[in-house]
Design a protein around this ligand. Structure first.
Ligand code: NAG
Ligand code: NAG
Length: 355
């Protein structure tokens, strides 16, 4: 007993010192990582005199950026979405007018904003969302047709069609005014459906339905999911949950079942307003809101989804936005584009370090 006691005391003392060292290094590490995440995000700065020529656009509902860093816009020449477009059962009321006869998809030069390519005439009735995946496939929604489409590069006929033409519905094969797509690098397809069903459908790359978000066990209620963006590094699908005035990011489920019970990340602040669209840059989301009430400014929002916070608010000089409808960050993160309705226009912003 007597012999052992000093050893016990020494052992206790040593473990104490070791514990103190562990605690102090780990708290140092936390401080260090907090300082990095406090770094202020790059600020979107409007490029003046862009586009350099007038484009004469209809309502610009969609924008995406292709692998050549060219912005591609989706617009509604000669047509607008108003209270007479659909009746009470969500049927499109102007089928007899036929599809839009002018090109609806325009590829622009990123430097000058001039049109360098156009297609999509005589097909679409009421353009809405446009997404371009890393293989340059175009994913398009038309709210009048109640359909979503995949177009391979250079092809004018869709290779995948979701929903039935002009047939709104809420079961598996029908959509109702679908708004937007997001495509994972692993090929899974997320489709926001949309104005009436307020659900996200997840399909495999071949177009087979895998999952509906929210499922009946999920505590998540969406109200007009209007835009989507994937944050693949943390396995989240971020949704511009427009009428709920928030961005919500449930699990995307790209990497199996791990973490499937974790609650969605939710970003909601009193001045956020109706969020129309979201786009990802690194670990951040750049978003735009739209008309909500006279007291909520219509601006761009920079969001840190992991901390569930808006970390910056930005807008173009002179007058700001009126109805920004879609946003897209270019693949290397150097710029972003905002599509706007009334006035119908496309904005280019460069992302610059804060002053
Ligand atoms: C990103 O892409 C744009 C357009 O192609 C190019 O002008 C710019 O130099 C690129 N920036 C970086 C940081 O690679
Ligand atoms: C809406 O229009 C469709 C076809 O245009 C029609 O079949 C349907 O009955 C209408 N619904 C209502 C509620 O009026």
């Amino acid at each position: 007993m007597n012999v052992k006691q000093p050893y016990v005391v020494t052992a206790i003392a040593i473990s104490f010192v070791v514990i103190v060292i562990i605690i102090s290094t780990s708290s140092n590490r936390e401080v260090a990582s907090e300082t990095t995440s406090d770094d202020r995000p790059d600020v979107p700065k409007a490029v003046s005199n862009w586009p350099q020529e007038e484009l004469r656009l209809g309502q610009v509902s969609g924008v995406a950026v292709n692998s050549a860093s060219q912005p591609v816009i989706f617009h509604r020449p000669g047509r607008s979405f108003d209270q007479y477009t659909f009746n009470a059962s969500s049927h499109y009321q102007h089928i007899a007018d036929g599809p839009i006869t002018e090109p609806t998809v325009l590829t622009l030069d990123p430097r000058t904003g001039k049109v360098v390519g156009k297609w999509g005439a005589n097909f679409f009735y009421m353009p809405h969302g446009l997404t371009i995946d890393k293989h340059d496939n175009m994913w398009i929604t038309d709210v009048a047709m109640h359909q979503g489409f995949k177009f391979k590069p250079g092809e004018l006929e869709p290779s995948l069609v979701f929903g039935e033409k002009f047939q709104p519905g809420s079961f598996e094969k029908n959509l109702c005014m679908p708004t937007s797509f997001a495509i994972a690098s692993t090929g899974e397809i997320f489709l926001a459906d949309g104005y009436c069903n307020s659900r996200i459908l997840k399909f495999n790359a071949a177009g087979q339905l895998m999952k509906v978000i929210p499922n009946k066990h999920e505590f998540l209620s969406l109200q007009i999911p209007h835009g989507l963006a994937l944050l693949e590094s943390i396995d989240r699908i971020c949704i511009a949950d427009r009428e709920n005035m928030r961005v919500v990011c449930p699990r995307a489920g790209l990497y199996g079942l791990q973490g499937r019970k974790e609650p969605p990340l939710t970003i909601q602040e009193p001045d956020m307003g109706k969020v129309y669209d979201v786009s990802v840059r690194g670990n951040l989301i750049y978003a735009i809101n739209g008309p909500t009430s006279g007291v909520i400014p219509i601006v761009g929002l920079t969001i840190d989804p992991q901390n569930e916070k808006i970390i910056d608010r930005w807008s173009p000089p002179d007058g700001g936005f009126n109805l920004p409808h879609a946003i897209a960050v270019c693949p290397n993160g150097s710029s972003l584009y905002v599509a706007e309705i009334n006035p119908n226009k496309i904005w280019k912003f460069e992302l610059v370090p804060p002053k």
